[in-house]
Design a protein around this ligand. Structure first.
Ligand code: DON
Length: 573
């Protein structure tokens, strides 16, 4: 069984400053051959924080050209598809949660979809064994991509023409950008997978090792982006790009068809909104479990005066662990694409239900996961990835998490089209009880069906204070996403921590199964020992997520903080 908790892109580097020769002639103020990385900014007009400095800077350029936060978010997403192909994408999918300047809250679902030929048991071999090798890599692991449809759906709230938003990405792909040392290492690590899963050579392949300062030029990708620029979403879902995807599927034994591509739709959904001590928390509904899990976890601690326990106290970590355990047990049983499976969102967030859920909670010892089953619903009383945030002075706030799933997704680069396809099919429960690559288990609710969207943990979140944006939060990290967002909110709203500390201090994670608390390097040793004495198994892992936060300060300035775990970058003006 391949369970990949530690994704190589978390190892991408921190703050190098490039000083390479400058022959880049774009009109943009951003120079992809000479840029610096900034971890925190305070500014008045707008801010962008993302996994890559060039993408953040492009977002700010768009704001300066008169675009709003939605325009900047679209340009940032498209730029990430070029400069951060480990997770940024046009061959994957994602979710947007936004608060518009008129106060409207939106949630946009452009999650990948199981192809029409997908079946419940497609990854189970004749001996009944789950083929995680096929759900996690190669052509069969890809769902129908949603990102391009998502960006076009989102653009109705923007002000600038789409052509303008995609041009910086085209320039970056066509003219290239220089690699940091960690990026070079990451591409070097990808070489054997590229050879294994591809029959066409892509821009990422190189016969001698990539090194810092090398220019990565992606001509095929530039041409794909131009087709999207010139033909709209049809430039991806129809015509030449669709043909190249289908040809690639044929070469590698994949099942995505032209009809699958033609029929893909991004869907506006009702955001998952709840109150926490007067703050309004706006999250993503199904098919992401993120909003619902966050809701359950926040409500299970709300009355327990966690503030008095203190950050990283044994008491607080133990309480949050037990809450995480119970929420994730519910995830395994009840959560999946609500268009295919009736997810009992109201029952799972009912206060009597959540009280009952915590009835066997013992502050002095661990409740083993074998004793915590998914909750019994009450009768009708009254649910590699990358995250970025954008805010503008008009009051638009955007929180986007997007992914190919694993680092570089399926490792399949569409021949002649230059982009990586996702391996999102692994987020389905491919066989009841068989963990996915993040160790998450599931059953009926998240079983594979043609046209269904696989359950996600992505948790793009916006917190409103007096109905105005206060925090924009999100992170990659598979199943650690909802627990990282949970911790970040508790750190700021309950412990009163600075944004930088909430982003960068060590995080921990529990997900019911396996029954383990994962802690990051730097997590206090004494707390770890105390937890072990209470019956917990504690394991160290080296990175949990890459959390990005924008906070609106009391003087209305924007503070954007980028995670130190990667080369993430905060820009503002
Ligand atoms: O949707 C999900 O929950 C996963 N596909 C997210 C994957 C992820 O965060 C990988 N990056 N660390």
């Amino acid at each position: 069984m391949k369970i990949k908790y530690f994704l190589p892109f978390f190892l991408l580097g921190i703050f190098p400053v490039h000083e390479n020769k400058n022959f880049y002639n774009s009109k943009s103020v951003t120079n992809p051959e000479e840029y610096s990385i900034q971890k925190r900014v305070v500014c008045s007009n707008g801010a962008v924080v993302s996994a890559h400095a060039l993408a953040s800077k492009i977002g700010i350029d768009i704001l300066k050209q008169g675009g709003n936060a939605i325009d900047a978010a679209i340009a940032t997403q498209l730029a990430l598809a070029v400069v951060f192909p480990v997770a940024g994408n046009i061959g994957g999918g994602g979710f947007t949660v936004a608060r518009l300047s008129n106060g409207e809250l939106i949630a946009l679902d452009y999650r990948e979809m199981a192809p029409g030929k997908a079946t419940r048991d497609m990854y189970i071999d004749k001996d009944g064994k789950a083929r995680t090798d096929e759900s996690q890599d190669g052509h069969l692991s890809s769902g129908v991509p949603g990102s391009v449809a998502g960006m076009f759906a989102l653009s109705k709230y923007g002000k600038l023409p789409f052509k303008k938003l995609i041009q910086p990405a085209i320039d970056l792909a066509e003219k290239g950008f220089t690699l940091t040392e960690r990026e070079a290492n990451s591409y070097n690590g990808l070489q054997s997978s590229l050879k294994k899963y591809n029959t066409r050579r892509s821009a990422f392949e190189k016969d001698t090792p990539w090194k810092e300062g090398d220019l990565l030029v992606q001509k095929d990708l530039a041409n794909t982006l131009k087709r999207i620029r010139d033909k709209g979403a049809d430039g991806f879902y129809k015509g030449k790009t669709a043909q190249l995807i289908v040809d690639e599927m044929k070469r590698g034994g994949g099942i995505i068809t032209k009809d699958d591509l033609k029929n893909y739709k991004a869907i506006y959904r009702k955001p998952h909104v709840f109150d926490y001590k007067g703050y309004t928390i706006v999250g993503m509904p199904m098919p992401s479990s993120g909003g619902l899990l966050l809701h359950q976890m926040m409500k299970m601690i709300e009355d327990r005066n966690i503030a008095s326990m203190g950050f990283e106290s044994t008491q607080a970590v133990q309480l949050m662990t037990e809450v995480e355990r119970r929420a994730f047990a519910d995830r395994a049983e009840y959560m999946g694409d609500a268009d295919f499976y009736k997810v009992p969102v109201d029952k799972l967030t009912n206060s009597a239900y959540l009280r009952e859920r915590m009835k066997d909670y013992d502050p002095d010892k661990a409740t083993p996961s074998t004793m915590v089953k998914p909750g019994k619903l009450l009768k009708a009383e009254s649910e590699e990835t990358t995250h970025f945030n954008v805010i503008d002075k008009e009051g638009n706030a955007v929180s986007i998490t997007t992914t190919l799933n694993d680092s570089y997704g399926s490792k399949v680069v569409v021949g002649g089209a230059g982009f990586l396809l996702n391996d999102e099919m692994d987020d389905f429960s491919i066989k009841p009880g068989v963990p996915n690559m993040f160790g998450a288990v599931g059953g009926e609710a998240n079983a594979i069906a043609a046209g269904k969207r696989m359950l996600s943990s992505m948790t793009p979140t916006i917190v409103l204070k007096n109905n105005e944006p206060y925090l924009i939060v999100g992170t990659p990290g598979g199943t650690t996403i909802p627990t990282s967002v949970f911790q970040t909110l508790v750190d700021i709203l309950e412990f009163g921590m600075s944004t930088e500390d909430a982003v960068n201090k060590p995080k921990f994670h529990h997900q019911w199964l396996p029954d383990v608390i994962n802690v990051e390097k730097g997590f206090p040793k004494d707390v770890e020992e105390n937890l072990k004495k209470m019956g917990y198994t504690v394991q160290q892992r080296y990175a949990i997520g890459r959390t990005e936060v924008i906070r609106v300060l009391p003087d209305k300035k924007f503070e954007a903080v980028a995670d130190n775990r990667g080369e993430d970058d905060a820009e503002g003006w």
